[in-house]
Design a protein around this ligand. Sequence first.
Ligand code: NAP
Length: 417
Amino acid sequence: MSTVTKDLYELGETPPLGHIPPRMHAMTVRQANFGEPKSAFTREVVPTPEIGPREVLVYVMAAGINYNNVWAALGVPVDVIKARAAQGDETGFHIGGSDASGIVYAAGAEVTNVKVGDEVVIHCGSWDPEAADVKASGDPMFAPSFKIWGYETNWGSFAQFTKAWAHQCMPKAPHLTWEEAAAPTLVGSTAYRMLTNWKPHNVRPNDIVLVWGGAGGLGTMAIQLTRAMGGIPVAVVSSDAKGEYVKRLGAQGYLNRKDYDHWGMLPHWTDDAKFAEWTKGARAFGKALWEAIGERRNPRIVFEHPGEDTIPTSIFVVDNGGMVVICAGTSGYNATVDLRYLWMRQKRLQGSHFANDDQAYAFNQLVIEGKIDPCLSRTFTFDEIGDCHQLMYEGKNPDGNMAALVGAPRTGMKDVP
Ligand code: NAP
């Protein structure tokens, strides 16, 4: 840690505890650079943000990488800069980053849960606990003012300092490195809500849970959480190597989606030939699912996020009275549902989005207790933030989660061999 106070510190040169330089290095996205992540992110020096009475300023040690900033870089489906400009943000840039580990450097006058010097991770649920809609909501995730920090809000973790509400701060697991600690919170808390919030469809012992993208960020967390809750996870992946990875993580078995071709929107129900072809594909998938499980039982919960490509199959294979719970539409948003299955077999299609404080804290506690591995597969440098998002954009990201070093020293970086 430096003892010298300066206007601007180099990356990795830690300012004295509690000293806030007026300027900082940040990885920004500007509208003129919207497009593929490798060129959308650029490094610049920007003013360090100011905080309000219920907010904190955290010196970022490492930042977790998530799919949302692929969308931010592309400028679709939402131009986050335009959306914020309409609400008065005059910066003209987006500092993304929805996962962080770091040290609290400043805390607003009303903050009681953390103090300067605390080592924390930050969950990405951004809301003012005193806002009227949050107080009226019962669950802040339903409040209109809720935002994803570092995606819908500016000043995320791709910078030396990040601004967050104090309630977003949680203790950093002492046994994890900065980069490991930065990796799992967004995906893990999201998976935690999906698997626990939508009662009676919370995971019960012996329930089968089908997890799409089992080797990805969400999937690795869903597999571990299902096991921790006594359920039986079965994963879908796109290669046998990923299949072996998910089995090591705790999946009972796996299906390789490349073995099937019935993906995408359902053919129209009046087109008998095409519908029969689709049904054949879905039935073959269902049969392989029983083989992967080792018994003829259907999943009580299907953990969804690919969306358009996979929803028809998810609705088909989920058990009678079961739930397909979805938090994204990576492959598209026009999910088609054969309503006959939905009503005759009383299946449920449930949307879910991030997590509230209780859920994020409960997930973090499992990390602290060593029950969840953050599944960090690769650590990048600050200047490689565009590159790791590019890997994600191209579907070439390594299994599990990625992180980038911000203030943390460049030692012990974990790389895929
Ligand atoms: P990720 O690490 O890239 O994993 C996604 C996995 O989905 C991929 O590894 C891939 O696995 C699988 N996949 C991709 N396209 C598919 C397709 N057409 N059909 C079937 N599987 C497909 O990403 P992630 O972090 O898990 O996030 C996944 C999505 O959820 C993103 O769109 C992200 O923005 C969203 N998300 C939403 C929330 C929320 O709160 N709403 C929170 C976290 C993430 P295989 O190739 O091995 O099958």
